[in-house]
Design a protein around this ligand. Structure first.
Ligand SMILES: [Zn+2]
Length: 173
């Protein structure tokens, strides 16, 4: 039996995920565990967007929610290029002195307005990615893995009242 599926017969939502890797150093000032020391993680970030596959037969992206390469470009420009082989510090702690010393020696440093935990980083990433997505595509979720067994997740459904126009909480150097 042959089953025909018309591309126009339904408008189902599909989730698309792309995964990224980057190496970032951090230190948690005032924390009572090992992450208070300057060290790095091999972060793994999964970015999931949701939308409806394009049904216009004349569209070059026919059948796609978003071209994987377009999603890659957004996340690379907004996150990976900044965070890879950088060290992130909470600028509102005495670590600002260490950060300035490293910056003076031409190190790649990110001064954040927040404690650089996976939780806060994933919140920051959500704002940055949402600001770049096309109108018909929504950010569904983010998963940031700090180690093989530890990760933080952001879900749009958990943050319905989130204001997407929240000002950037980061200053890149
Ligand atoms: Zn750590």
């Amino acid at each position: 039996m042959t089953t025909f599926v018309s591309e126009n017969s339904y408008m189902k939502k599909i989730r698309i995920t792309k995964q990224f890797n980057f190496e970032t150093g951090h230190a948690l000032y005032g924390y009572d565990g090992k992450c208070r020391n300057v060290h790095g993680h091999s972060y793994k970030l999964s970015v999931t967007v949701i939308g409806t596959p394009i049904t216009d037969p004349s569209h070059v992206k026919l059948g796609m929610v978003i071209d994987f390469s377009d999603l890659k470009k957004i996340v690379k420009e907004e996150i990976v290029d900044h965070f890879d082989h950088a060290t992130i510090f909470n600028k509102n702690t005495p670590h600002i002195e260490l950060a300035k010393e490293l910056m003076g020696r031409d190190h790649k440093v990110i001064l954040a307005e927040y404690q650089p935990t996976s939780e806060n980083m994933v919140l920051d990433f959500a704002d940055k990615i949402k600001a770049r997505l096309p109108e018909n595509i929504s950010l569904h979720s983010l998963k940031l893995q700090e180690t093989q067994t530890s990760f933080a997740e952001w879900y749009a459904s958990d943050n319905q009242s989130d204001r997407s126009d929240r000002e950037n909480s980061n200053l890149y150097i």
